[in-house]
Design a protein around this ligand. Structure first.
Ligand SMILES: *Cc1c(COP(=O)(O)O)cnc(C)c1O
Length: 376
């Protein structure tokens, strides 16, 4: 472990979160580990989730899926989006389930599968209003007809849709979600009646899974953000399950020095001290995923106190003002995301300050930030 910039991943929190969510939903559980498990490290996270007995994994790319298989992950893995049709053989070889989301795509995958003499497992994606990927859910006859062409070439084992506004509390959004679920279920019923058996049907992301409405959740929920301990809801709805954040982010004080009135700090000289200050250089920058947009606006925690970022965030470093924090010295730990004493910074905090969502802040934590897995 190099203690330059590192992410502490608390596997106990992760496992407790899964446990709470499963008890709450009472359904099967697809553990979403796309994008390196939202920055947490997909292999370690998958191992821990597999021990917890999750039913499925959800991922975005075939390379991620193959890496999981090579590291010994056994549970079914579903790729949510496009995989090049030429990869049909790898899909089968590594027993990875592919999403088919249009007649055109299914045709390409089926042709490739025929040529290679393989029969990939597939889930059908139904578009019920997201308009991203999916067979048009308004036309179940057409879907059933298309799917019948691929019987025996593509092994369909499930169907799913994705909800566009499950995180929103507005009445209009709740109605849209209900309409999506309704359309999805009727498409599934139609397809099943047409002779295409669907073993699993799924549609609930974290937000829908944790809504607490009296609406069925399908055969399994697909949980991403909530298992990492962050709220899936648009507004800061009280987190009734008391899910705990899994990732904390730290860096180190590399240097402490006095700066005089009139001295400027970092590129562009955007900050100039008005009086004598004490500054500390911290070992994290935008190449680690700390947003450059927080130049002159963000803060880190040292010795339980806030140290504001002064000047521009650089690629590998940033500078903070520690004039009001006693005893800061080289080697001290700076908390970038996490708790220090009574203070805390969350990925939501960083997201709010940079006009985006916590999902983006989390998966921006780059690979050179070492992940340290702990149980406490
Ligand atoms: C990312 C993703 C999820 C998980 O969403 P969360 O809001 O993180 O729970 C579920 N389903 C699909 C298809 C996804 O792409």
């Amino acid at each position: 472990m190099s203690h330059r910039a590192w992410a502490e991943i608390n596997l106990n929190n992760f496992e407790n979160n899964i446990d709470k969510i499963r008890k709450y939903t009472g359904t099967g559980y697809l553990c979403v580990i796309k994008a390196n498990a939202y920055g947490h490290g997909d292999i370690e996270i998958a191992r821990s989730a597999e021990k917890m007995g999750v039913d499925y994994f959800g991922i975005a790319t075939i390379d991620e899926a193959v890496a999981l298989r090579k590291s010994g992950i056994k549970k079914p893995i579903l790729i949510f989006g496009y995989t090049a049709p030429e990869d049909a053989e790898r899909l089968v070889h590594y027993s990875i389930t592919q999403t088919i989301y249009s007649e055109e795509y299914a045709e390409l995958l089926a042709n490739s599968a025929r040529q290679l003499g393989v029969c990939p497992q597939c889930h059908i994606k139904i578009d019920t209003g997201m308009n991203r990927l999916g067979f048009d859910g308004r036309n179940p006859q057409k879907i059933a007809k298309a799917l019948k062409k691929f019987l025996g070439v593509l092994a369909v084992t499930g169907a799913f849709t994705h909800l566009a506004v499950a995180d929103e509390d507005k009445q209009q959004s709740r109605e849209f979600t209900l309409a999506q679920i309704g359309q999805f279920n009727s498409v599934c019923d139609y397809i099943a009646a047409a002779g295409i058996p669907l073993k699993v049907r799924h549609y609930a992301n974290s937000a829908q899974a944790l809504r607490g409405e009296n609406i069925p959740l399908g055969d399994m929920v697909r949980v991403g953000i909530a298992q990492y301990g962050l709220s899936p809801f648009e507004s800061d709805t009280e987190n009734a399950l008391k899910l705990e954040p899994v990732m904390s982010l730290y860096a180190t004080v590399a240097m402490v020095k006095e700066i005089d009135a009139g001295d400027s700090v970092s590129y562009g000289r955007c900050y100039t001290a008005r009086e004598k200050r004490r500054a500390a250089t911290i070992t994290i920058g935008y190449a680690d995923g700390y947003p450059r947009a927080l130049s002159g606006r963000g803060y880190v925690l040292i010795n339980g106190k806030r140290a504001p970022v002064i000047g521009r965030v650089c690629m590998d470093q940033l500078v903070v003002d520690v004039s009001d924090i006693a005893g800061v010295k080289i080697g001290d730990r700076a908390t970038i995301v996490g708790n220090d004493g009574t203070e805390s910074i969350t990925f939501e905090t960083l997201a709010d300050m940079t006009d985006t969502i916590h999902y983006e802040r989390m998966c921006a934590i780059s690979l050179r930030v070492q992940r340290e897995y702990v149980r406490k």
